[in-house]
Design a protein around this ligand. Structure first.
Ligand SMILES: [Zn+2]
Length: 416
């Protein structure tokens, strides 16, 4: 690589400006963003993004699930494009950086290459994936999953939000039901820049996380059936208390995740008493469990231990505990060549870096099942994300965008 090229840097102020400009679409009073997928705010940010991509000379296509693909021509249009991007939707009370950084940094990379007059061999393709967050429509990351064939387009289009509106209707309403068939836009590789959403890089004062893996996920729906009875007149030894049972299960999940640590986490995130009343012993509770590990064998061990613990607690307390595994996602092991390209770019630019596992799910994890992929992480303040207080520094955002750019240049090839 020539000296001039290895010194190429993105425009940090321009990237920072874009992040703050788009944060106006769905801005919350505390400085966060509320931009649920396929909402009016999502339409506005998509319109902004499409105009910005077209102004940068990109050809924008929308697929049948609303994902946006913006192609920058390469010297050899027979080569599949190098994909880069993330998502522009947010949690109901989300931050300015989650997803946004990776999508806008991709645009900034293209603007920088345009300004420097650099043509790549393979084309580049910026992607804004529909519904990464999964808070309005389930499942999360549905568009990238459909892109690699894990779901049919029709299945995803028929998914409903809490109001009963389908994905298809919501796409229609904001004008983003495109005509490109899902999966038709080719991608040769994919690189996603994202904030870490965890505390490791900040604690170790590293600028770049070279993401080599992502955790596998186990999701359960649970139901406890005990017996409702009078809180005053039922002796303690005769109770079949669903909430006391759940309390034991919550602590068992915590104990089991710690036992299989450090590469395991477990959470009971939701619990609903069917007919709550101050003076009734709870008889029925629905709850959810989320367990994760980067190691498939550990996932099996978690599953086995959780089921054994639930059965033991149920038998002892004479209640019924049903655990249904509703989703199992295998751990992600990103493509070694793409991971190496990210590491080389961080090294070339002189940023401190370390290899890291993603605790959260990302579109790049879905894509990696079919397309060689990897991710770049930058630190976020106190590891906080999915929160209006989410924050990252301008310098770290720029560093991540520079690593993204040099990774993409290495993958796409530059004529000498
Ligand atoms: Zn995200």
């Amino acid at each position: 690589m020539s000296r001039a090229l290895s010194n190429l840097q993105i425009d940090s102020g321009r990237l920072w400006g874009m992040i703050h400009e788009t944060a106006q679409f769905g801005a919350t009073p505390k400085g966060g963003v509320r931009r649920l997928t396929l909402s009016l705010e999502d339409k506005l940010v998509r319109n902004w993004f499409r105009s910005a991509c077209e102004a940068a000379g990109l050809e924008v296509q929308i697929d049948a699930l609303g994902s946006m693909f913006a192609v920058r021509r390469g010297r050899d249009m027979n080569k599949p494009p190098v994909g880069l991007g993330s998502h522009l939707d947010t949690q109901p009370s989300g931050g300015k950086f989650d997803g946004v950084l990776g999508t806008l940094a991709a645009l900034e990379v293209v603007r920088t290459l345009n300004d420097a007059g650099i043509e790549t061999d393979a084309p580049l393709c910026i992607v804004n994936w529909t519904n990464e967050e999964g808070s309005r429509f389930a499942p999360a990351m549905m568009a990238s999953a459909a892109y690699v064939g894990d779901f049919s387009t029709g299945d995803i289009l028929s998914r409903k939000d809490a109001e009963g509106l389908t994905v298809g209707e919501a796409l229609q309403a904001i004008g983003y039901r495109g005509d490109t068939p899902v999966g038709a836009q080719r991608l040769g590789t994919f690189v996603e820049l994202h904030i870490e959403q965890g505390p490791i890089l900040e604690a170790e004062q590293k600028t770049i996380g070279v993401v080599e893996s992502g955790q596998g996920v186990l999701w359960y729906d649970g139901k406890i059936t005990g017996f409702e009875s009078h809180a005053g007149s039922t002796p303690m030894r005769l109770r079949r208390d669903a909430l006391a049972t759940l309390s034991e299960i919550v602590l068992a999940v915590e104990y089991i995740a710690k036992k299989h640590g450090p590469n395991a986490v477990g959470t009971v995130g939701e619990a609903v008493i069917a007919k709550p009343s101050r003076n009734v012993i709870p008889g029925e509770i629905a709850f959810t469990m989320d367990c994760r590990s980067v190691d498939e064998a550990t996932m099996d061990a978690l599953d086995g231990d959780l089921r054994a613990a639930a059965a033991e607690i149920a038998a002892r307390r004479k209640v019924e505990v049903r655990l249904e595994l509703i989703w199992r996602k295998a751990p992600t092991h990103f493509d070694p060549k793409i991971v190496e390209a990210v590491e080389n770019a961080a090294e070339l630019l002189g940023y401190s870096h370390r290899r890291i596992t993603s605790g959260a799910g990302h579109d790049a994890c879905n894509l990696n099942t079919k397309i060689p992929s990897a991710m770049v992480f930058v630190p976020c303040k106190d590891g906080v994300s999915h929160n209006e207080l989410e924050d990252a520094t301008q310098a770290d955002c720029a560093a991540g965008a520079n690593v993204l750019m040099h990774t993409v240049l290495a993958l796409a090839g530059v004529a000498s």
